[in-house]
Write a protein that binds this ligand. Structure first.
Ligand SMILES: [Zn+2]
Ligand SMILES: [Zn+2]
Length: 143
């Protein structure tokens, strides 16, 4: 028996998040322009580390969370750099992305510059999956 149920819960959530990446990849790919999945922080390119930094900064301020995350905070969490004021669970994510899609402008999530050839990326930080669109200058092909 573990003496740290909360730690166990978080570890299980991290495993769930990793497992979900595989399923979720198809969904993200269908949303277009995805470049890669990221396996470990050591492989995380600087631009995606910068997005993770944006998430961490925003997290200090506080974010809106969907009802499911309120009810069960240890499950995998999804954050979209272009809707930085909220986090959602996997269940809510497709709807959130659909809601945001019509108003998405072709602006890089890092430098804010317009670009008609942004690349959709995603990175992970423990149980948080981060999604953003980056320009070629911020995230050159091949990184
Ligand atoms: Zn939810
Ligand atoms: Zn950029």
């Amino acid at each position: 028996m573990s003496t740290d149920p909360k730690g166990d819960q978080l570890a299980a959530a991290a495993r769930d998040a990793a497992a979900l990446q595989a399923d979720f990849y198809d969904f993200i790919k269908a949303s277009g322009r995805v470049r890669q999945t990221l396996a470990s922080p050591a492989e995380t390119p600087p631009a995606i580390q910068a997005l993770i930094g944006q998430f961490n900064e925003r997290n200090q301020v506080g974010m809106l969370a969907c009802a499911h995350l309120h009810a069960s905070p240890a499950q995998p969490v999804f954050w979209l750099a272009y809707a930085p004021d909220r986090v959602s669970c996997l269940r809510c994510l497709p709807r959130l992305m659909d809601e945001l899609a019509p108003n998405l402008e072709d602006l890089c999530d890092l430098c804010g510059q317009p670009d008609d050839d942004l690349t959709g990326i995603w990175g992970t930080l423990d149980r948080v999956t981060i999604r953003g669109f980056l320009c070629e200058r911020c995230h050159p092909t091949g990184l």
